[in-house]
Design a protein around this ligand. Structure first.
Ligand code: NAP
Length: 476
């Protein structure tokens, strides 16, 4: 691994106290790299660099910023293999998943190169006074970006691209499990023309202290976080003191509903995507699967056939569908969910045996007849385990699906579009996959309601998180 230091003001440097931490390869538990662990002093240096770069970056024309983002898209697209390899090495996901993530990550640069030139405003007249109302958008200021380990590239580019398009410099703190992909992105951004200080990367094992210190600095105006609801709550508290604008992409507990009139093959394919993309380590992963009683047997048979074909192994090898989970803790939590459900009466249809090999592997697993008190229905499974229950009535299933503190995404399959739209509206989720097992798209507003978050990433909406509306009252 070439880049293992902090990246501040366009320079690579060690942590101010010389501290480091190890990044492991989840496939064999070996040390992949030893990375500098940023301190509070380094966080201050990163903010100084961002502050120094802000004036020039915000003053560039939208077209100039757009051209740089476009170049980043082209360079990234030419290096998908390279980024996919690093993603697999540090996260574990199989090559097909990593290639998918790399392509998705690059697309945010393309989408926001197109959006950079479309920050809209308007001019109107005050109805009573006749004064002119001039409304325009300004970059909000320095943005602190904190990202999780499950999409080491995409969760970063989904924030960096709109921030840069809006004219904001950023300091990004990648997850400690997977900092290497983000560090590797920096030479690419330099080559694309991003000036020093506009993007700074601060890996750190002291995430609470480092991010907390940045939120105390009045120059920081945006905190954009993707991760667990638990950490999101802490950051919202910390952001309150300086009233920093929050964008929060938090946890999910997605229902996946198969009605009796659904195309069962399409639903089984959709569940493969919604459950197994990223080995289930996704906030969008189907977590509670509800199948109408009348079609449970044929649906489960079709789904089990697809799951049984998946090949588990080192994600770098050809033909592998299911790599290891990211770390021992995640693997053990998944195993615990399965054991808990089975001990409470769930039936094991497939998998469920932890292999006795090095690496954090857990096989594709299907549980049916999962009882309501199983822990996996309350918490994110974050692994390749499908927990299936049945239902009989539309109203009842909407109520059960909504019975969670989360509201990120819900999926439903039905052959009746009137029912599909009626149920979609009744579901309290920020995103709905209606006869689709995948909702993520750079052009669409991604985000949740309730305790799944605040704000949206992607789409037109994603740039708004990094902008402030200013209104000028005048007459002429
Ligand atoms: P996490 O534990 O919340 O960590 C996310 C990031 O926050 C990491 O960079 C972590 O740094 C940092 N962090 C941890 N404690 C912190 C603190 N006290 N102050 C500031 N930063 C702190 O989440 P994760 O386990 O990496 O990711 C899985 C979670 O992310 C799941 O809940 C998943 O649903 C959610 N997620 C949501 C979305 C979405 O768009 N809604 C997308 C992907 C993932 P360290 O790594 O150094 O601890």
């Amino acid at each position: 691994m070439k880049h293992t230091q902090l990246y501040i003001g366009g320079q690579w440097r060690d942590a101010s106290d010389g501290g480091t931490f190890d990044v492991l390869n989840p496939a064999d538990e070996s040390v992949l790299a030893t990375v500098a662990s940023g301190t509070v002093a380094d966080a201050k240096a990163a903010l100084d660099a961002a502050d120094a770069a802000f004036e020039d970056w915000r003053s560039r024309t939208p077209r100039q910023r757009a051209e740089i983002l476009r170049k980043a898209f082209e360079l990234f697209s030419a290096r998908l293999d390279h980024f996919a390899r690093i993603i697999t090495l540090e996260n574990g996901k199989a090559r097909s998943d990593a290639m998918g993530e790399a392509a998705y990550s690059a697309e945010f640069f393309r989408w926001y190169s197109e959006e950079a030139v479309r920050a809209e405003g308007h001019v109107g007249m005050a109805p009573s006074s006749g004064a002119r109302i001039v409304v325009h958008q300004k970059p909000a200021g320095i943005a602190v970006l904190v990202t999780p380990w499950n999409f080491p590239a995409a969760m970063g580019t989904r924030k960096i691209a709109p921030a840069l398009a809006a004219g904001c410099p950023v300091v990004i703190k990648p997850a400690s499990e997977t900092p290497l992909t983000m560090l590797e992105l920096m030479p690419l951004l330099e080559e694309a023309g991003v000036p020093p200080g506009v993007v700074n990367v601060l890996p750190s094992r002291s995430s609470g202290a480092v991010v907390g210190a940045m939120l105390e600095d009045p120059r920081v105006r945006v905190i954009s976080f993707t991760g667990s609801t638990e950490v999101g709550r802490k950051l919202l508290h910390a952001a309150a003191d300086n009233v920093v604008k929050p964008a929060m992409e938090l946890g999910g507990n997605a229902p996946f509903i198969v009605f009796e009139d659904a195309d069962l093959d399409a639903a089984a394919d959709g569940l493969m995507l919604a459950k197994m993309r990223n080995i289930g380590e996704a906030c969008t992963a189907a977590n509670r699967i509800y199948v109408h009683e009348a079609v449970e047997e044929p649906f489960v048979a079709k789904y089990a056939e697809r799951m049984a074909k998946l090949k588990m192994g080192n994600g770098l090898e050809d033909g592998i569908d299911v790599g290891p989970l990211v770390n021992a803790e995640t693997r053990d939590k998944v195993a615990h969910f399965v054991d808990d459900a089975v001990s409470k009466g769930a039936k094991l249809r497939l998998g469920g045996q932890r292999p006795n090999v090095k690496g954090f592997y857990y096989p594709p697993t299907i549980l049916t007849a999962v009882p309501d008190n199983a822990e996996c229905l309350q918490d994110e499974i974050f692994g390749p385990v499908a927990a299936i229950q049945t239902f009989t009535d539309e109203k009842e299933i909407v109520k059960r699906a909504n019975d969670t503190i989360y509201g990120l995404v819900a999926y439903l399959y039905t052959g009746d579009m009137r029912r599909g739209l009626r149920v979609s509206e009744a579901l309290e989720f920020g995103m709905i996959g209606l006869n689709r097992g995948l909702v993520s798209d750079p052009a669409a507003p991604f985000g949740g309601v309730k305790q799944s978050g605040l704000g949206r990433e992607g789409g037109k909406e994603g740039m708004q998180e990094f902008m402030e509306t200013q209104y000028i009252s005048t007459t002429w």
